[in-house]
Design a protein around this ligand. Structure first.
Ligand SMILES: NC(=O)c1ccc[n+]([C@@H]2O[C@H](COP(=O)([O-])OP(=O)(O)OC[C@H]3O[C@@H](n4cnc5c(N)ncnc54)[C@H](O)[C@@H]3O)[C@@H](O)[C@H]2O)c1
Length: 438
């Protein structure tokens, strides 16, 4: 294919050289005349292993060159990859001006052409930029219509500096955010012969996916460094600890605990986070990431309360009181906190839990804990699930279990459901809820 790559920085240079190596005809467009000169004389404008050789190969076989003005080449090309920078302004907002000016150039170029052209945003942006900001500029300056005359995709770049060429050939996955299937199919051809799964997703998903990936990486580094500081303060080898943490690929380095859902609770996580924060403080160590986990969890519970109010109902049935299905351990169950808040808000709340059939037979500390945290428990707790579902206006589901799903379908099929397990609301579509916990 014929490809224009806008911006010959860290991303654009690698992508241009690698695409040329794979047999595509590539023209790099770069505002800096100095970078263009260096590129055309066979040297990468950025330092990256193996790049000079790839550029020299592309120049020699005629697949690659760089120019300072790309407008006239738009009619020649099948697609434009936008790889310009998106730096932060002092208030943290991203500067999108480089994207806007490239979009105008591509727009002018498309106006002069009858050829179908796909615009591929590769710069990292927040969700909504491609559709709400880039697209209107392209349509205005080209006087053409997306989906008919040109295509639009957002194809995030996952390469890392210093291993960028290797990463190009061995990506973990390829995500193609697409305006329509035709645009996405064109972009997929760029990855012919590269062994990695390809996911076609909406534009907005692709944009946020890249930012969420980077946030996760940063969070991992920040977490490991806080563990490093903590272990230093108690004279423990942090590398050994993190090595063992990573050796657990069942719970730690796995997809466990990485699904958006309801707040965590139970007898261990909140207590141990408090202990960690207390001891760090005692040792004079500041661990802001770890110390903010419990406040973040509380905000999640408070947000669930607002989501319940958004349903616009007066009475709710809460299915599941313990922090997960299959236990009657109620300690620090976040759902108790939620039920308490809703009760205080004046909402009629009824609670059922298949693991707690009878409050009177509940033993010792569990019962004491429940009565202390939820003094109104004898008012709100019910054992007759069918009756509770028939009487309520909406259902809050905190556990996925077959008896709940079946009863929902039978007695409350048309009532709104707030599914805390998946953090999603359903408008009376009880059948969408999985029977078993994920
Ligand atoms: N650097 C990375 O490792 C990396 C990895 C993945 C994604 N990204 C994202 O990719 C984007 C580009 O990052 P980068 O590090 O390559 O940026 P960069 O600053 O190194 O390169 C951008 C290039 O675009 C050029 N440019 C600016 N306006 C232009 C215009 N109108 N026409 C042509 N060229 C123009 C600049 O002169 C510069 O050479 C950013 O959004 C970044 O967040 C970067």
């Amino acid at each position: 294919m014929r490809v224009l790559v806008w911006g010959l920085g860290y991303v654009g240079t690698v992508v241009s050289a690698c695409l040329a190596e794979r047999g595509h005809e590539v023209i790099g467009v770069e505002v800096s005349a100095e970078k263009v000169k260096k590129f055309n004389s066979g040297y990468s404008p950025i330092k990256e292993p193996d790049l000079d050789e790839l550029i020299q190969q592309g120049l020699a076989n005629g697949n690659l060159k760089a120019v300072t003005d790309g407008r006239e080449y738009v009619a020649w090309a099948d697609m434009s990859l936008i790889c310009v920078g998106t730096p932060s302004s002092p208030d943290g907002s991203p500067i999108l001006d480089y994207i806007y000016s490239v979009a105008k150039e591509i727009g002018y170029g498309m106006q002069q052409s009858d050829r179908y052209h796909v615009v591929v945003l590769r710069s990292t942006v927040f969700s909504g930029v491609a559709r709400k900001q880039l697209l209107p500029i392209l349509e205005e300056y080209s006087q053409k219509k997306v989906g008919e005359d040109f295509g639009l995709t957002m194809n995030p770049e996952f390469l890392r500096e210093t291993t960028a060429v290797h990463d190009f050939y061995h990506p973990p996955l390829t995500a193609i955010g697409e305006y329509d299937a035709r645009s996405g199919a064109m972009v997929e051809k760029l990855y012919d012969g590269i062994d990695a799964p390809i996911y076609h997703i909406p534009l907005e998903d692709a944009e946020v996916l890249k930012i969420v990936n980077n946030a996760f990486h940063a969070l991992k580094v920040g977490f490991a460094n806080e563990i490093g500081r903590l272990c230093d303060a108690i004279d423990v080898d942090s590398h050994k600890i993190m090595e063992l943490l990573c050796a657990d690929t069942k719970l730690n380095i796995s997809s466990k605990y990485l699904k958006p859902g309801f707040a965590f609770g139970g007898s261990c996580l909140p207590k141990d986070l408090r202990s960690l924060a207390f001891n760090a403080n005692r040792l004079g160590e500041k661990l802001p990431i770890l110390e903010s986990v419990l406040p973040s969890n509380q905000i999640h519970i408070d947000t669930a309360r607002l989501k319940v109010h958004d349903l616009g109902v007066r009475s709710v049935a809460v299915l599941g009181l313990s922090f997960k299905a299959g236990t009657d351990d109620l300690r620090e169950s976040p759902i108790i906190n939620l039920v308490h808040q809703l009760w205080q808000d004046g909402m009629k709340v009824r609670v059922c839990d298949a693991d707690i059939q009878d409050l009177n037979t509940m033993l010792g500390s569990n019962r004491e804990y429940l009565e202390r945290q939820l003094p109104q428990v004898h008012w709100v707790f019910r054992t007759d699930l069918a009756e509770v579902l028939k009487e309520c206006d909406a259902v809050i589901l905190s556990q996925h279990r077959s008896e709940f799903t079946e009863a929902l379908q039978q007695y409350a099929a048309n009532k709104p459901v707030l599914d805390l397990v998946t953090w999603q609301s359903h408008g009376g579509l009880a059948e969408q809820i999985p029977a078993q916990a994920a």
